[in-house]
Design a protein around this ligand. Sequence first.
Ligand code: HEC
Ligand code: HEC
Ligand code: HEC
Ligand code: HEC
Ligand code: HEC
Length: 409
Amino acid sequence: MKRLLFLVLSGLLSVLFFVAFWRDTDREWTRTQRRFLKTLSKDERRQVGTGIRQLIVSDLDRVDRCTTCHVAIDKPQLALAEEPFTAHPGSWLQSHPPEKFGCTVCHGGQGLATEVAAAHGDVTHWEEPLLRGALVQASCGQCHGDLQAIAPQVPLLVKGRELFKVKGCYGCHAVKDVGQTISQDLTEVGSKSYLLMEADFEMMDPPHDRIHWLMSKLRHPRQLNPGVRPAELPPGEEEVFPSAMPHFGLREEEAEALTVYLLSLTASDLPVSYTTPAVPEPVVAFASPVERGRAVFERLGCAGCHGIGGAGGRKNWNSGLGEEIPSLAYVNAYYGNDVDSLKQLIRNGRQPVPRADPNRPRPSLYMPAWKDRLSEEELDALVAYLFSLAEHLPPPSSPSDSSSRAQAN
Ligand code: HEC
Ligand code: HEC
Ligand code: HEC
Ligand code: HEC
Ligand code: HEC
């Protein structure tokens, strides 16, 4: 009897063992490797070998198994045209050898995983989505402090950084202590945990990852307003709670460039041997105080609220100033004889903004205080620039502007 039991049990065990063995040899990566090996000669097969491959990069605290499937990434002579059997484009692996850099420091994804979806970060808990194609430029800035030196290789990143300034994002958002604090600090928006990031994935179609959240937010800033779901608002109130973030009407490639820049804003403390030092911005000589003032206006992000060149048009819900942030066309007419008040306004800002309807919420955008964010000379230049605007801009559009000025004062 005992003997029979023993026989049955050991029989069962070998079946289990066999099943486990079979399942292990039929993983996604083993199938992938087999598919590739079939294309090789016997000699080449021996040269490539089989099994999980990993790049252990202890300096970066990363173990990347990408080459388990991307078998020929560093073997152009064996590579095929089809993914994942291609050779790496360009000379990236020569300037950044895989033993020292791995793959994920540039591409994101999940280094240890051996299934396609998990490795590419397409799983809910993983916060580093795969950076494909030109999006990979988002990774370069964490090591290359001097973007100008690699500008030809990172056109999107450079364009995104420029757009962030030109569109006036600094008027509401800070990055590394530059910019206002009207809204979130974006210094680490490229690596902040999804729990802390103010992203609400339920408001958008999948894929639910950082790349697509940022891209959607930039394309539809007012609709994607975390915490405020249009469907849950009382009828007719949708317009009362839109996000305060303006709609910039970005073109597809502008939104992509800004996304690359935002993704590049990460918390990182890499070893110095992996980084090149940042270089200070070159000092620019300006042709006139007005030109200098224009640059100050741009650097501080005034355009984020007052429009490019102070042309106005940005919404400010329930504001008694025509539901909009005023255009700056009238500054010369209004403050021309009272420069000190204008300077004081810029230094100290003005709160609160008058409400159009006292029963509805306060307007969320106000004139921030700029205190010591600019020097006395820069302030003089800025004033000269503001006074010059009347020549280029149409006069204030609605008569309510001037009457509400009186109210506000
Ligand atoms: C289990 C096998 C497997 C693993 C592991 C794997 N990949 Fe892939 N990879 C694929 C396949 C299959 C494709 C083609 C289908 C696709 O684009 O999703 C691909 C495509 C890619 C592409 C995009 C190619 C294109 O033209 O869009 C990149 C980039 C990439 N992988 C990088 C990585 C990185 C980085 C890792 C490691 C974190 C990794 N892969 C791990 C199988 C794998
Ligand atoms: C120095 C950063 C860097 C490292 C490290 C790196 N790559 Fe790339 N990778 C790039 C760039 C840049 C491109 C080209 C993107 C473009 O312009 O299309 C690219 C392209 C690719 C492509 C082609 C598909 C695509 O998205 O364009 C694959 C696949 C890929 N890399 C996989 C890998 C794997 C696997 C590793 C690790 C062995 C790796 N890369 C390491 C920067 C890097
Ligand atoms: C983890 C850090 C790191 C990342 C990420 C990284 N690099 Fe590098 N890169 C380096 C280091 C270190 C060197 C070597 C510098 C040296 O020559 O001493 C280098 C070298 C280079 C070179 C010069 C190659 C040569 O032979 O002169 C270029 C160009 C370059 N990187 C561009 C990029 C681009 C573009 C990206 C993003 C796709 C990128 N790097 C991502 C650290 C990095
Ligand atoms: C007038 C003020 C204002 C300006 C200018 C502005 N934003 Fe915003 N932004 C906000 C507010 C308020 C929020 C938070 C509420 C929300 O998400 O709708 C926000 C949220 C965001 C978020 C979401 C952050 C997260 O954690 O999910 C991103 C990304 C962002 N802004 C990027 C930008 C970029 C890029 C620009 C310039 C093109 C810009 N913003 C200009 C007011 C502004
Ligand atoms: C976060 C949005 C925001 C930013 C950024 C911003 N402003 Fe304003 N600004 C406002 C609002 C709102 C008003 C109207 C306030 C009021 O009249 O109560 C205003 C009013 C003004 C006025 C007119 C004040 C008056 O008496 O009518 C001037 C001039 C002005 N801003 C200049 C600037 C300059 C210069 C910058 C950049 C340094 C700037 N603003 C940045 C929101 C902003």
